[in-house]
Design a protein. Sequence first.
Length: 285
Amino acid sequence: MNRVSDRSLVFYFLAAASIVLLVLSSSGLLAPVEGALNQAARPFLILFNGLGRQINNVLTTARDLATLRYRNQQLQTLADTLLVENLRLKEVEVENERLRQLLRFAQLNPTYEYRGGQVIARVISRGTSNYLATIAIDLGSEHGIQPGMPVITERGLVGRIHKVWPTSSTVLLITDPSSGVPALIQRNRLVGVVTGRAGDLPVMDYIPQDATVSVGDLVITSGLGGKFPKNLVIGQVVEVYQRDYEMFQRAVLRPTVDFDRLEFVLVITNFRPLPGQPEELESVG
């Protein structure tokens, strides 16, 4: 009972005090006290208000940074995707240009036949031996490829088919020492044989001593010997060796085909070498 009475007394006291303060405030009697309290509390209110703004700014900045990071990740992903797509499109453009050049060559040489109108073979490997300069292409006997067939690009002669498997073939390049291409100088029709050299530019041998050979002369296939068609571009003369005590002079050639960047080739399928040539090729290397 005493606890209940004490609580009731406290309640009535607080209620009465509240009523008195309310009446005094309404009558303006507490105005000086309220002013003094407000003046005393003002620095604390300003401090808490400033802290609140700073905390709000920090939280807002944190949210903005999170949003910016997420957006930056999205933009980076998009940039990477666009970069890959751009590189892919450039590669497709380069590949299409090479194919157009090969097609243009085929159209300008209607006397040649290519399997299906043209045979475009992708280089799939390169020879590793220093004494056998070869490349492998992804065409074989299943595609009508036979040993001895000439291999070209729109820039000139590459070589000839050396060995054939069902779905791939090896091409012996004109830069191989065992390769011999009957050739002639276009300007003066002098004939000779172009032979490859290990690790060096090929040379045209058996040029008569009294003949005039100049740097820049274009060398093409002569068609003699029946190994290659006539008038295929081989290369340009870059140096001439002439010694009075030798029977012949020789010319160093820079091939028009860039063998280091070879990706596509054409195989002339209607050219038939002389009897016995495939057997000769099989024995090379």
